[in-house]
Design a binder for this molecule. Structure first.
Ligand code: S3P
Length: 180
């Protein structure tokens, strides 16, 4: 499942909102000496609009178009990518992610995630709604997709950021060994 050249390793983090893709991705990039790229920030910068602004003006489909374009532009470049939780919703994106490695799914309990994101005004999918209910609905649809795209699943459980980073680095060490 690798499209990398010369054993280069440009990890992509996937998973539901609030699972730590950005915070762990940033630490991971530092450890690997790579640039960190938050796909949502990339989209926001290009569009000159916030995520809620894009959803309000162009709807979720409009946002997904921008997301697919962004993914195509950055995937395979020398960065660590933290994707948005819904990146797996488009078949085209899943095909791209399946062809790329390593893709890492940060998996946490839905209660943990709901507590982290409840009331976040920058996440239109949960605006004015019960985060746990939304996450349960998203998980049902997305878990098979995350499974399909991921080379490695980190079951975070009670793991804090440092322990999660350590576990991901251990996996990547092995990945690098097997792919160089
Ligand atoms: C979304 C997740 C968000 C962002 C957008 C849609 C989703 O990213 O892309 O609000 O569909 O799950 P995070 O996973 O970084 O919150």
């Amino acid at each position: 499942m690798s499209d990398e050249i010369n054993g280069q390793m440009y990890p992509v983090l996937i998973g539901l909102m609030g699972c730590g893709k950005s915070s762990i991705g940033r630490l991971l990039a530092k450890e690997l000496g790579l640039t960190f790229l938050d796909l949502d920030h990339y989209i926001v910068e290009k569009a000159g609009q916030t995520i809620p602004g894009i959803f309000a003006e162009q709807g979720e489909e409009g946002f997904r178009d921008l997301e697919t374009r962004a993914l195509r532009e950055v995937l395979g470049t020398p960065v660590v990518i933290a994707s948005g939780g819904g990146v797996v919703m488009r078949e085209e994106n899943r095909t791209l992610l399946e062809a790329h490695a390593p893709v890492i799914w940060l998996k946490s309990s839905l209660h943990f995630l709901a507590n982290r994101i409840q009331g976040d005004k920058n996440r239109p999918l949960i605006a004015g709604r019960d985060a746990l209910t939304v996450l349960q609905q998203l998980a049902e649809v997305r878990y098979p997709y995350y499974t399909q795209c991921a080379d490695y699943i980190l079951h975070r459980g009670e793991m804090n950021k440092a322990a999660s980073l350590h576990a991901v680095l251990e996996y990547l060490k092995q990945w690098k060994y097997e792919n160089s």
